[in-house]
Structure formats: C-alpha cells, structure tokens
Design a protein around this ligand. Sequence first.
Ligand SMILES: [Fe+2]
Ligand SMILES: [Fe+2]
Length: 253
Amino acid sequence: MKIAHVSDLHFGSLNHIPEWADTVREMLDEMSPDILVITGDLTMDGYEHEFKEASAYMARLKCGKMLVVPGNHDARNEGFTMFEELFGTRFPLVETDEVVIQGIDSTEPDLDAGHIGRENYKLISDAGAVKNKVRILAIHHHLIPIPGTGRERHIPVDAGDALFTVVSSGINFVLSGHKHLPWAWRLQDTYFVTAGTATSRRLRGKRYPSFNVLDIQGDVATLSQVNVSDRSTKAHMVVSNLLSRTATDFSFV
Ligand SMILES: [Fe+2]
Ligand SMILES: [Fe+2]
C-alpha cells in the first residue's frame, strides 16, 4: 500500500505556487495512493478564504483515504474552528488491514511552537499497541530538531515526554512537517520522517518543493522523496521488520 505524505501547502501565501500545486495533484493522480496524509499548514494565516481554497484543492486530490492535521498557521486567528468545521476533528484516525494512523493536533492557537499535551499521550500509546499493523503517528511539529533549519524555536514544549511515549509504545513512523525541509531520523526503532513543503516557495537556500511516499509491503516499507519542481522520485530508505517491532522497555533513571 502507498501512503503519500504531503505538508505545508500554505494556501493564501504569496509564496504558494499554483503550478506546484497542480504538479502535486497530477503526480498524486498518477500514483493514486491508498492514503494521503497531510501534516498541516494548509493555510498561511488560518483565514476562512484560505481554508476554502485549500479544501477545494484537497477535494480534487485522488486518494483512497485522507488524514489531515492542522499546522501552527492553520491555528491562527481561530483557524482551528474552520479546520474542525471542514475536517471534523483535529485528532483523526485512519485504520486499514495494514496500517493504523493516528493524527494529533500539535498546535496552540496563535503560537508557532508545538505542544502535544499529556492528555493526548494515550492516543499515541493506543496506536503503538495495535498488533500486526504498521503504526504511524501524524503531527505537524517535529519531535527531533532537523539539520539545516537554523535556530530551534518551535519544537513541542513537551517533546521529551512525547518522544518517550512514541518510542516506548511501538510506533513505527512519526510523520511531520513544519520545517519545510525533508528529513528522517531513527531513534530506537521509530523513524521520524519530516516532509518538505510541497507547494510553497518558503524554502531554505537552494532547496526544492517536495513530498514523501511510504510504500508498505507487509513487513517492509520504502521511503521515497518526490521533487515537485522536476517530478523526479528518489528512494531514500528501506525499513524492515516493521510488524515485529514491539514496545521498547527502557528507562535511564
Ligand atoms: Fe509551514
Ligand atoms: Fe508550521
């Protein structure tokens, strides 16, 4: 099964490039992913007209199921209420025979920094405890700093406890966005995969717009990155033994 992971569309920004949005749509049409995960920042400032533009675009994307979480930009100006109106929940869950994906809203209104919230840790550990499926968490903010992204300012304020919950509970992949730069870290047996921005010019240096694809075949997943500006795809990583990964029992103190 194919999971496309797209992030940081930023509708409403002068830096949102409609041609790149068209390219993403065409590439998803070709790919027809089973699940499309969008890890937030659909808009620039959470305004109603930006959400309308974003949701009209998203309605045209070809995929089996879609899971969307809000980003810090979407939570601005009471945008979180628009988000709930359009998408129903800020804590979506998608479950198929092969995967479980739990989405969590990591934003706080009108703040750029993230916050998972201890009241939400059970959502993570419940997803991590699911047997015989690949277990995925989708959040906007990164839980581990990303190289090449300058001064760290927005990491969730409870990243330590959230990381512990993720890693100890048996989550295979954490999908996030926010930094506009693709990256993957492995910590214990969990992979923390960040998608770049797919459609925004808010890039770093000579970087390009991109999105990620996770191709899961039973126990094995291949992580690829799609360059939206030249339509090339590069496989970056193969992860195996996904289903036999169990809860990690570790403590230091
Ligand atoms: Fe963003
Ligand atoms: Fe963001």
